[in-house]
Design a protein around this ligand. Structure first.
Ligand code: F6P
Length: 328
């Protein structure tokens, strides 16, 4: 593949924000400066690209952002970028600024945008996996996942205090869209009584049996983790379905929701984001386009975006067994 001369790179964050996105922006921009490139920020993701919200970045813009949650470039889910007209407008704006290449930090939808844009306009683009869901192939972990799991576990620890004090049964719903990675980790890390994920079926009857068995075993508190994307419904629906079969329980439901997306990134997310920011810029300079930079077994790897987004990562069978063994 022909290696294009790259002098100006624009970076953007898109889709749901994730802790560590700022660290990834900083690393991308600093790596660009290291290689004497001009760096630009696109505000509000692809929507901002269409609206020409593109600004040249200097060191001062990225100082003290590594440790902050969210994304200072802001994020959006752009409907217009899904249309050829929207992408054309975005392309014209990049041309106006003389931008040669793009670094897109986001999840599968955001990386799909980069892939399409590269196919249509040939703008070298590289992705950094930034999503709390951890649902991209081509990397062991996505930026934001570790922090989200820590946040979920800390919240569940607090719920456990009140669950134990009142002998209550709690259904806690965690995020992850269609993937159960946050749920599995939260389940293991918070000693859940059961963990329901979209990837594995657990009939409601089996859940009821498990909870009845735990009652007999005089377990002090029962916390059931429900991944939001499950086929049996969310935490509220499942709680409703089983409450008649467990009449002696005072059942409560907590949806952790967007609090899982906020907060300062963990050390793991800061380091991962920093490594991937450098990998993205170096990848572009080496002619790696239409790929996502990821880390597998501690080594940087570049995976074609088309594979990273459709190769939906499987939940590790071993992790699932651990959940099962430890929650009986
Ligand atoms: O992809 C990240 C995520 O937080 C998912 O876990 C969740 O399903 C979704 O985004 C929520 O999106 P929004 O913030 O647009 O409601």
């Amino acid at each position: 593949m022909e290696i294009k001369t790259i002098k100006k790179i624009a970076v953007l964050t898109s889709g749901g924000d994730a802790p560590g996105m700022n660290a990834a922006i900083r690393a991308t921009v600093r790596a660009g400066f290291f290689y004497n490139l001009e760096m630009y920020g696109v505000y509000r993701g692809y929507e901002g690209m269409i609206q020409n919200e593109i600004k040249k970045l200097e060191s001062k813009h990225i100082s003290h952002i590594l440790e902050r949650g969210g994304t200072f470039l802001k994020s959006a889910r752009s409907q217009d970028f899904r249309t050829p007209e929207g992408r054309n407008k975005a392309y014209e704006n990049l041309k106006k600024h003389g931008i040669d290449a793009l670094v897109v930090i986001g999840g599968d939808g955001s990386l799909t945008g980069a892939h399409l844009f590269y196919k249509e306009y040939g703008i070298p683009a590289i992705g950094i996996p930034g999503t709390i869901d951890n649902d991209l192939a081509g990397t062991d972990l996505t930026v934001g996942f570790d922090t989200a799991c820590n946040t979920a576990i800390q919240a569940i620890d607090k719920i456990r205090d009140t669950a134990t004090s009142h002998d209550r049964l709690f259904f806690v719903e965690v995020m992850g869209r269609d993937a159960g990675f946050i749920a599995i980790n939260a389940g293991i890390g918070s000693a859940a009584a059961a963990t329901l994920i979209p990837e594995k079926k657990m009939p409601i009857e089996r859940l009821v049996e498990r909870l009845k068995a735990r009652t007999k075993a005089m377990k002090q508190s029962n916390i059931v983790i429900i991944a939001e994307g499950g086929k049996s419904g969310g935490a509220a629906e499942i709680a409703e379905k089983i409450k008649k079969q467990l009449p002696y329980y005072d059942i409560k439901v907590t949806i952790l929701g967007h609090l899982q997306r906020g907060g300062a990134p963990s050390s793991l997310d800061r380091v991962l984001a920093s490594k991937l920011g450098v990998a993205a810029v170096e990848g572009l300079l080496q002619g790696k386009y239409d790929v996502m930079a990821g880390i597998i077994n501690n080594k940087v790897v570049y995976t074609p975006i088309a594979k990273a987004i459709i190769g939906n990562k499987e939940v590790d069978e071993y992790d699932f067994r651990v959940v099962k063994i430890l929650s009986t």
